[in-house]
Design a protein. Structure first.
Length: 94
């Protein structure tokens, strides 16, 4: 179970341990619009567009060390379309 601060508009959702899980736009009780999803350690996991609680649209996915892993288009929580993948040193994969 998680706690949230809104059903529509701008709000936050928290893990049971009280740490932030999501911060951003909501519509009809779901993550819709721009927002950030966080790992339980507090680091950002994804920043970008959401649709129905899923990564959908343009965004950035981060690894647990806070480094950008992928930047581009997402659909249904998966890389989809144009984007760039980065290695652990931050260098662009060819």
């Amino acid at each position: 179970m998680s706690l949230r601060t809104t059903n529509s508009g701008y709000g936050k959702e928290f893990y049971e341990n009280g740490k932030l899980r999501y911060e951003g736009e909501w519509r009809n009780g779901e993550w819709n619009g721009n927002g950030k999803e966080f790992y339980e350690n507090g680091d950002v996991e994804y920043e970008g567009e959401f649709q129905n609680n899923e990564w959908h649209g343009n965004g950035k996915q981060f690894d647990e060390d806070g480094d950008v892993e992928y930047e581009g288009e997402f659909q249904n929580n998966e890389w989809n379309g144009n984007g760039k993948q980065f290695d652990v040193n931050g260098s662009l994969y060819d």
